[in-house]
Design a protein around this ligand. Structure first.
Ligand code: NAD
Ligand code: UFG
Length: 336
């Protein structure tokens, strides 16, 4: 049985579908601080399978211990965490407390139960502002620009130390680039609280009429059209990458750190145009000043994941936009 923390969230819920479809038994936990239980109900209806779900905080040691006592957990995929960059700057302690303590608590209980297989959600944000593209896993890390990114970096270090201390650990650290899109059913997707921070949900909300226009943060970057370039990856591809990473971690000891992206960079204007095509709606936008902390370009070298996991992303930017739009169109107010 595989324990999924943060299972009700955006990436967690999509990964639950892929695991259930592959007949993997799962136990899901989430404190629902940034999600709704409805997402897992929809996962059940998509897959036709029941999910064992505990609404609890990963930092609650005794509750977590009970979950491990009740179920024969063989591995953990640890998605639970807070992820809003701006909020992390306003409330750094909340981010360090939640993200780091949840990981320490989880690892302690795993260790107690002799469960040593872990897949962890890290982020391309640990690379800070790299000067060479594409970014490979040996690129320097450390120059993070916000407490969210620093919390991910600190967790990566903790996981490396844990592995150093006991070679039984088998850990896959996955550095995601920019997850977008939704399951093709249109039943689950990204459901941000309040004003979206990220590009794709903002675009879909403009398309559905919630905002008059999109602010394009910066038109004077050193990129082909002056707008920021990112490596957008379909959330279903990302979810499938977790199955491959889990398989790898159960067959190999050690710690491995992998980029999960497509290896292709698209500018903000590229995404707007692809989305217009997919949705047949016009996206009004205004070029405005750069957003503090943003970098010009960020895309992955994805060779290592291909080599070790035999995994590559399959869905292109058009599919990402089509699926993001279907989710938004069918669920104008998210899960409600
Ligand atoms: P999300 O907010 O949709 O999902 C995270 C889930 O964890 C939420 O359901 C939340 O309720 C839960 N959670 C948070 N703290 C918890 C705790 N202490 N105990 C129990 N549950 C808790 O975010 P997501 O986009 O699905 O991201 C999943 C992971 O991937 C996060 O760790 C995030 O930092 C990381 N990540 C996300 C992105 C992205 O752009 N979405 C990029 C890189 C890395
Ligand atoms: N952007 C806009 N307008 C918006 C939102 C974004 O122009 O309203 C631009 C940004 O300036 C950037 C691009 O769109 O050029 C992508 O921005 P996102 O906010 O969607 O994504 P980021 O690359 O800034 O950050 C995301 C996650 C981080 C994560 C990082 C790397 O939000 O948590 O990817 O994985 F660390």
């Amino acid at each position: 049985m595989i324990l999924i923390t943060g299972a009700a969230g955006y990436i967690g819920s999509h990964t639950c579908i892929e695991l259930l479809n592959a007949n993997v038994e799962i136990v899901a936990i989430d404190n629902l601080c940034n999600s709704k239980a409805e997402s897992l109900k929809r996962v059940e209806s998509i897959t036709g399978k029941k999910i064992i779900f505990y609404q609890m905080d990963v930092r609650d040691k005794s509750a977590l211990r009970e979950v491990f006592n009740k179920h024969k957990i063989e591995a953990v995929i640890h998605f639970a965490g807070l992820k809003a960059v701006g909020e992390s700057m306003a409330e750094p302690l909340k981010y360090y407390d939640n993200n780091i303590l949840s990981t320490i608590t989880l690892c302690e209980i795993m260790d107690e139960n002799k469960v040593f297989n872990l897949v962890f959600s890290s982020s391309a944000t640990v690379y800070g502002a790299p000067n060479k593209m594409p970014i490979n896993e040996t690129s320097a890390v450390g120059a993070t620009t916000n407490p969210y990114g620093t919390s991910k970096l600190m967790i990566e270090r903790i996981l490396n130390d844990i592995h150093q201390s006991n070679a039984k650990w088998s850990i896959a650290v996955l550095r995601y680039f920019n997850p977008v899109g939704a399951h093709e059913s249109g039943l689950i997707g990204e459901d941000p609280n309040g004003l979206p921070n990220n590009l794709m949900p903002f675009i879909t909300q403009v398309a559905i009429g919630k905002h008059d226009y999109l602010n394009v943060f910066g038109g004077d970057y050193d990129t082909a059209d002056g707008t920021g370039v990112r490596d957008y990856i379909h959330v279903v591809d990302l979810a499938i990458g977790h199955l491959s990473a889990l398989d790898y971690a159960t067959k190999n000891h050690g710690i491995v750190t992998l980029n999960l992206g497509t290896g292709i960079g698209y500018s903000v204007l590229d995404v707007i145009h692809a989305f217009e095509k997919a949705s047949n709606r016009k996206i009004a936008y205004k070029i405005c000043p750069r957003r503090p902390g943003d970098i010009a370009s960020c895309y992955a070298d994805v060779n290592l994941a291909k080599e070790l996991l035999n995994w590559t992303a399959r869905f292109d930017i058009h599919q990402m936009c089509r699926d993001a739009w279907r989710w938004q169109f069918n669920n104008p107010n998210g899960y409600q």
